[in-house]
Design a protein around this ligand. Structure first.
Ligand SMILES: Nc1nc2c(ncn2[C@@H]2O[C@H](COP(=O)(O)OP(=O)(O)OP(=O)(O)O)[C@@H](O)[C@H]2O)c(=O)[nH]1
Ligand SMILES: [Mg+2]
Length: 449
């Protein structure tokens, strides 16, 4: 028991820009806190500052920096090798003892916080300066997300993708912080990565890229086998309830957890009870505000899944006061890859947490949205009906002639279309089928080729 490493302690830092209102700012800090807890750290305090911008200059004003340093036990000053010219404020600040604006945390109750976690993307030099002033390890939002992905990745594809994103995140910070003093145990600077120089990182990235391509050729192959099938993808913000719906719709035991980024891999299962033709449901990785760009790019399988679906269900946690901002984040990422062309429906989940007045208000504002709770079987069954109705409307009827020489294709026909009737003529079977136009065209090509 006693050998168990202590739980790392973290202080959060929020930067409130002029365009961000108080509700959004608080929600963002709260979300950062949940991300940090997902990493297994304990949040012991937070400091917020209004700023006009977070450009190249100092991230925090001198007062806030002192407040933060008092929490972490740092000097509150940036060490002399920093290139930033001495501002008047800093000169004043350096002269003063770091007056604690906030009582020191749990004096005598445990070690000081090891981490300062900033709810904003920081430049390598901003990280370095903040580390000097606070004496703690500094991570930004991106660093936290990359680390969570690193710890949760399960499949080979996800692992390769995450290692690439992580190297890309770590590499510039390694360069900048070399000589900055021993950061040994931090997640941002992975143990073995510290020793890698730029060249080694480049080589490793090339190697990873190659391995990833091989894995992806495999999954492309599987995906193209699913082409023209009836496919619906559950997409949306992390923790919205996508995997819960996946379970309920398909009876599969995908992981459901009240933590951010529970799902990092795409899962595809058959809608239950099975229909003819079958409907495939995909569960995908969740999005988040300021999702690091490398991670977006690297989660190709999720994005392709969305892009190739015939129907996107945008799942939101309607009980979250910021759900519409969360929806926008998901829509923006998917628009970037062109998935806004895919037909979609809005699914307002977790309605069980809202009272009737709130539900009525949402019905008025979003008359086309599907309101439900993933925990209510009746709701899930209605959602299933809506999915089926969507595909029914897109399907067409046609007649296929199956010559005796092509009898082997009968299984494929039954898999990708609904066979309404079967007759025989002198050439072979004549099938009346109903299916998606793309699927029927593919079958026809197969029969003629
Ligand atoms: N009250 C309530 N809780 C729900 C509902 N749907 C999901 N949850 C809970 O919300 C949490 C997150 O659910 P998940 O299904 O894991 O969410 P997700 O969208 O897959 O999340 P990520 O995989 O992290 O992107 C879990 O604790 C669920 O039990 C719902 O309709 N009502
Ligand atoms: Mg999930």
């Amino acid at each position: 028991m006693e050998t168990k490493p202590p739980i790392p302690r973290a202080v959060l830092v929020g930067i409130q820009l002029p365009e961000v209102d108080d509700v959004a700012h608080t929600a963002s800090l709260e979300e950062l806190g949940r991300l940090v807890k997902t990493l297994g750290y304990e949040v012991v305090g937070s400091v917020s500052q209004r700023r006009d911008g977070t450009g190249a200059g100092a991230l925090l004003g001198s007062g806030k920096l002192a407040e933060l340093a008092a929490l972490t036990g740092g000097s509150g000053t940036v060490a002399p090798m920093a290139q930033a010219p001495k501002s008047k404020a800093r000169a004043r600040f350096e002269g003063a003892a770091p007056a604690p604006a906030v009582p020191e945390p749990e004096a005598g109750e445990g070690p000081r916080p090891d981490f300062v976690i900033v709810d904003h993307e920081l430049s390598p030099s901003q990280i370095r300066n903040l580390e000097r002033a606070t004496g703690a390890e500094v991570l930004d939002r991106t660093g936290v997300i990359v680390e969570i992905f690193h710890r949760h990745a399960n499949t080979r594809e996800a692992k390769l993708q995450v290692e690439m994103a992580r190297l890309k995140y770590v590499a510039p910070r390694l360069r900048e912080s070399s000589g900055g003093g021993g950061r040994q145990q931090g997640p941002g600077a992975g143990e073995s990565h510290l020793d890698l120089d730029r060249r080694k990182i480049r080589d490793r990235l090339a190697e990873l890229k190659e391995q990833l391509e091989a894995v992806q050729r495999d999954s492309d192959h599987r995906r193209s086998a699913r082409r023209d099938q009836l496919r619906v993808a559950l997409v949306g913000y992390t923790n919205a309830g996508k995997s819960s719906l996946m379970r309920a719709l398909t009876g599969s035991q995908v992981l459901v957890e009240d933590k951010l980024f529970a799902t990092l891999d795409t899962t595809v299962r058959i809608l239950q009870p099975e229909t003819r033709p079958r409907v495939l449901v995909s569960d995908t990785v969740g999005f988040i505000k300021q999702l690091p760009h490398d991670l977006v790019a690297s989660f190709r399988s999720t994005l392709t899944e969305a892009l190739e679906a015939s129907l996107l269900l945008y799942v939101v946690d309607a009980s979250d006061p910021t759900w519409d901002a969360q929806l926008k984040v998901s829509q923006d990422v998917l628009r970037e890859i062109g998935a806004d062309a895919v037909p979609s429906r809005l699914v307002l989940n977790k309605m069980d947490r809202l009272d009737e007045a709130a539900r009525a208000a949402l019905r008025e504002q979003h008359p086309d949205a599907i309101q439900l709770s993933a925990h209510r079987p009746e709701d899930v069954s209605d959602l299933r009906d809506s999915i089926i109705a969507f595909f029914e409307a897109a399907m067409v009827e046609d007649t296929l002639s199956l010559p005796y020489s092509k009898q082997g294709m009968i299984g494929e026909i039954y898999d990708s279309a609904r066979v309404l009737s079967e007759d025989y003529d002198e050439h072979g079977r004549v099938l009346r089928v109903r299916g998606l136009p793309g699927a029927i065209a593919r079958l026809r090509r197969g029969l003629e080729g």
